[in-house]
Write a protein that binds this ligand. Structure first.
Ligand SMILES: [Zn+2]
Ligand SMILES: [Zn+2]
Length: 532
């Protein structure tokens, strides 16, 4: 169901970029401006000569390749599956890996990289000794001998998330296992490292039940452009870290590029990695989060059924005014979704399609708590939160309160594997922690979670963790109130999502929702003009 175009286009961009690198080196003007994926086939396009195998990847062991999920029910794309089921005739426990090579690394004059995969663990995927891992092997100009290697086990993150993010009311057929990001940042150990072999793998599989696979549908390697991103996240930001940055308002800063010292008029896919948010760290929450696919089977902005998928680089565009951050969004999810309408009743038989909806959201830069604030009563009977959008995630998709049309019914069980679904207005939205938001980070629960979006009062919404191993919903030193809000010195007042616990995202507006977000809107284009 995922068409080939995304992959081809990604590859085309990759080659354009490669050529750019070559030219840049030729003229001695290479500057690392863009976080660009160095993996040649990030979405597992098939090998034209051997379509049962992915191009540019090698696979071994209990690993298979193809479309992931049930094509009538989900847009999951192609990828690889690790099968951890015990298979008695085999002499060893299940194991395997998928690998790809990246060359020309030394020409980048860059030492820091991040390997990132998007993956879904089925409910019974199981290994001993945490043997699910990401691995990087380093080679010089001779590809024969590895200079060094590093390996990072990602099973502890998976295990923790199964426990911390479990939601008994989630849909058992589709909604329970969710797509997640796993990542490893690393520095090449020697300047002469010229090529890398990147792998994801597992061993010591011990699953005894069906649904024991681990699916991977995206594989990325990115040079990390800003050294401030590499400071350990718990390291407090020093004032000299900010001296090179341009203040945009509120907690937002622009990290100037060598070419442009002045803040740009808008932030989009070309420069979102330079838009930094200050808490106890500097984050670039919109980086790599501003583009999406308008997939076949969706409606476009005019309500026409999309027959041929199109890439929308400018799904999200951000501007600043003295008082607001303005988010222009097409509201297209940039992650896997279920297929809607849900003809097969995989979820609740949702009859709506996902539509491209042009939206403009005003987020106050300096929010203050409101003295008139009211939290939701059960069922939102007091209508403390409106129906429809109440905030926006950093990928431009809106948040709703926990209830759908039938007020008393929690909408959580109706959601797809990325915790969203379309409304009767065809607006895709989240009712709970959207674990699939594609982001420059993966939240491994080892420190306070990163920012995932904003409520319409301008207060930030963070992921589920308060500190290492502690969920904000369980925090006793700094408990959340009924709004899902608490305060600390680094972040000020902020919301947390609360997986498996009402109100899931926010319990009411802690500040005053900006009135621009709730009046009838005419769609606007990215320059803020009203569209016809
Ligand atoms: Zn809903
Ligand atoms: Zn917190």
């Amino acid at each position: 169901m995922i068409p080939n175009q995304p992959d081809r286009d990604t590859m085309r961009r990759h080659w354009v970029w490669r050529i750019g690198i070559t030219l840049g080196l030729g003229f001695g003007i290479l500057a690392f401006a863009e976080p660009t994926n160095l993996v040649s086939n990030p979405h597992f396009l098939p090998n034209p000569g051997a379509p049962s195998l992915p191009l540019d990847f090698t696979m071994s062991g209990n690993v298979s390749y193809g479309e992931l999920g049930d094509l009538t029910r989900e847009y999951s794309g192609r990828g690889v599956r690790f099968d951890s089921s015990l298979q008695p005739p085999q002499p060893h426990l299940p194991r395997g890996r998928v690998s790809t090579r990246v060359t020309g690394v030394s020409a980048l004059h860059h030492r820091w990289f991040r390997l990132r995969i998007r993956a879904l663990a089925q409910p019974h995927f199981a290994v001993k000794q945490d043997e699910l891992f990401l691995q990087v092997e380093f080679f010089g100009t001779s590809p024969a001998n590895s200079l060094d290697q590093i390996k990072s086990r990602i099973f502890p993150q998976l295990r923790r998330e199964r426990e911390d993010l479990k939601d008994p009311s989630a849909n058992q057929r589709l909604g329970q296992a969710t797509w997640r990001t796993y990542e490893m940042a690393f520095r090449t150990p020697f300047p002469e490292v010229d090529s890398l072999i990147l792998s994801a793998g597992f061993s010591l599989g011990i699953a005894q039940q069906p649904n024991a696979e681990f699916w991977i549908n995206e594989f990325r390697l990115e040079p990390i452009p800003t050294p401030t991103h590499f400071r350990p996240r718990h390291h407090p930001v020093r004032s000299d870290d900010l001296s090179n940055l341009l203040h945009l308002g509120g907690r937002w800063y622009y990290h100037p590029s060598p070419e442009a010292r002045v803040a740009p008029a808008q932030f989009d896919h070309t420069n979102a990695h330079r838009l930094l948010y200050l808490s106890d760290r500097l984050e670039a929450p919109f980086a790599d989060n501003t583009s999406a696919w308008l997939r076949d089977g969706y409606y476009d902005a005019r309500g026409a059924l999309v027959k041929q998928a199109r890439f929308l680089p400018e799904n999200v565009v951000i501007q600043f005014t003295p008082r607001h951050m303005i988010v222009h969004s097409h509201n297209l999810p940039n992650h896997p979704t279920a297929f809607f309408p849900d003809l097969w009743r995989t979820l609740d038989g949702n009859p709506n399609r996902i539509q491209e909806i042009l939206s403009t959201w005003h987020l106050p830069l300096d929010p203050t708590p409101s003295t008139l604030r009211v939290a939701m009563t059960p069922g939102n009977q007091n209508q403390a939160l409106p129906g429809g959008p109440i905030g926006v995630a950093v990928n431009g998709v809106v948040f709703f309160n926990p209830y759908d049309l039938e007020r008393n019914q929690d909408a959580i069980w109706r959601l797809d594997r990325c915790c969203g679904h379309p409304s009767p207005r065809s607006q895709y939205h989240y009712h709970k922690y959207p674990v699939c938001i594609k982001s420059p980070w993966s939240d491994d629960g080892n420190q306070h979670s990163p920012l995932i979006g904003f409520a319409f009062d301008g207060f930030p919404i963070y992921g589920p963790y308060e500190s290492k191993g502690e969920l904000a919903k369980n925090s006793t030193p700094n408990p959340l109130n009924e709004f899902n809000v608490h305060h600390d010195a680094d972040r000020g007042w902020h919301y947390h999502v609360t997986p498996g616990a009402f109100p899931h995202i926010i319990g009411g507006y802690w500040g005053t929702a900006d009135p621009n977000n709730h009046r009838t809107r005419r769609p606007r284009d990215r320059r803020g003009r009203t569209r016809r």
